[in-house]
Design a protein around this ligand. Structure first.
Ligand code: BG6
Length: 466
């Protein structure tokens, strides 16, 4: 393989989130969130019974972590503010929570690292979940208020904002597939949460534009949305019904958000099919005007895996609700066996070109891409450093396809690896390690570079892979 060049101004950084790194569970005025509720309720659901308590101790070690980023040549990192840390139950600022984030941002500035701030990463405050969570319009309004306070509080410090990380995940995992607390399996309820999140996103963008016009934020600030887009594929020689499964899967998972952030509406064809199949979306007068506000400045594309589907064997589930697709197992697929996700680097290229062709004005960056591996201890060399050649190969292959997409006109401007440092992966806790840097769970959370961290440094030096 020859040298791979990325554009000179293409940026490298890393991604993380508040609830997966901060820890400091219920400390300094932090309220309970839905992960704390689930941890308190059924700790046996979490790998090795590690709940949402400590994260990777970022709350205490942020300066060390930012210094490490700098040492790897990274220019930026994304984390999220925790709603449950920033506001109290009356929606008023929690001064201690705000002080923590101010300290993180000041430190990043000291090291000349740009912080990208995301407002929501699957972490509904528990008191709002008890009022209906994303099924409730009251919570949608509460989120818009939270966004407004965050813009007022940090708008002069932060340039790059995101309303949501992967807004599709809670509707699917909590309400459709029943995998996450509160374990609901109901596509009807799932689509209503998805609809309400689209409204919440749009209201927040509206608040952002207002704050910018009022001069309470940096005038060069940008707002975006991040989703785990999954390029859709089906079998060779598909039937009409297989193609229909692709259309609806793509429509609900990808185009729902892309049409919203590029054009300010939800995909008409998807809404029509849902209605025909009896899925009732709780629309209110005035919603269309709200959704129009949802157009963003740029997009974050998290890429882990493609989606492969075929026509469903049964058109309805046990509750009589419609099924739009069944999974299709591609015989040639290569798996990350630890996470159970397919590794298909070309998907990043296919989707990059889809963005270029279908949403030509939309600039994007790869906001997450990474590989979680179990028991990485077995890859330690004599000096105790994890030799994660598989991770190097993973990143290299994806960057190679990104470079090709850019060459062919895709408007991709940067790459954030997930995650800089091993972090808490929801109910998988610390089972699959994603970091370029190891966290010693039996070693007081100390940080140790893995081989991939040294390798990435060689890439960031000249924006090229040798
Ligand atoms: C993305 C999320 O879905 O993938 C992260 O934004 C998550 O929060 C990452 O940690 C990896 O997935 P997981 O479930 O293995 O942690």
């Amino acid at each position: 393989m020859g040298k791979i060049k990325l554009p000179k101004d293409f940026f490298f950084g890393a991604a993380m989130s508040g609830p997966q790194t901060e820890g400091a569970y219920k400390k300094d005025g932090k309220l309970e969130n839905i992960w704390d509720t689930w941890s308190d309720l059924a700790i046996e659901d979490f790998y090795n019974r590690v709940g949402s308590y400590v994260g990777n101790d970022f709350y205490h070690r942020y300066e060390e972590d930012i210094r490490l980023m700098k040492s790897l040549g990274l220019k930026s990192f994304r984390t999220s503010i925790q709603w449950s840390r920033l506001l109290d139950q009356d929606g008023k600022l929690n001064q201690e929570g705000a002080a923590f984030y101010h300290k993180v941002f000041e430190t990043a500035k000291k090291y000349d690292i740009e912080v990208f701030i995301n407002l929501y990463h699957f972490d509904m405050p528990a008191y709002l979940f008890r009022r209906g969570g994303w099924e409730s319009r009251e919570v949608v309004e509460a989120y818009a208020h939270y966004a407004k306070v965050a813009f007022e509080t940090f708008g002069k410090e932060i340039k790059y904002w995101f309303t949501f990380n992967e807004p599709i995940v809670e509707p699917e995992q909590r309400y459709r597939d029943g995998l996450w607390y509160p374990f609901i399996k109901d596509i009807q309820r799932s689509l209503n949460t998805q609809y309400n999140i689209a409204l919440a996103h749009s209201l927040a963008v509206g608040e952002f534009r207002k704050a910018q016009a009022a001069g309470t934020m940096r005038s060069d600030g940008k707002i975006g949305l991040i989703n785990c887009f999954a390029p859709p594929y089906t079998k060779d020689n598909p039937s009409e019904a297989d193609l229909e499964a692709v259309r609806m899967t793509d429509g609900m998972h990808n185009r729902w958000w892309l049409d919203l952030v590029a054009e300010g509406h939800l995909p008409e064809d998807v809404l029509t099919t849902l209605e025909e199949k009896g899925v009732v979306i709780d629309k209110h007068p005035g919603d269309e005007a709200i959704l129009k506000e949802g157009v963003v400045d740029w997009l974050g594309f998290n890429y882990y895996q493609p989606t492969r589907v075929q026509a469903p064997a049964k058109p309805v589930d046990a509750n009589g609700l419609p099924v739009f697709a069944d999974p299709y197992i591609w015989p040639e697929r290569k798996m990350n066996v630890y996470r159970g996700w397919e590794i298909y680097p070309k998907g990043i290229y296919d989707f990059g070109l889809k963005l270029k062709n279908d949403y030509p004005g939309l600039k994007f960056y790869i906001s997450e891409n990474g590989m979680g591996v179990e028991h990485e201890d077995r890859f330690k060399n004599e000096a105790g450093e994890i030799q994660d050649d598989y991770r190097i190969e993973f990143i290299r292959d994806h960057l190679t396809w990104i470079a090709k997409a850019i060459e062919e006109g895709a408007n991709c401007v940067g790459y954030h690896y997930w995650g800089l440092i091993d972090n808490w992966s929801w109910n998988n806790a610390f089972k699959n390690r994603y970091g370029l840097i190891e966290v010693g769970l039996m070693d007081d959370y100390n940080r140790h570079l893995k081989k991939s961290a040294h390798w990435l440094k060689t890439v960031t030096e000249n924006n090229e892979i040798i």
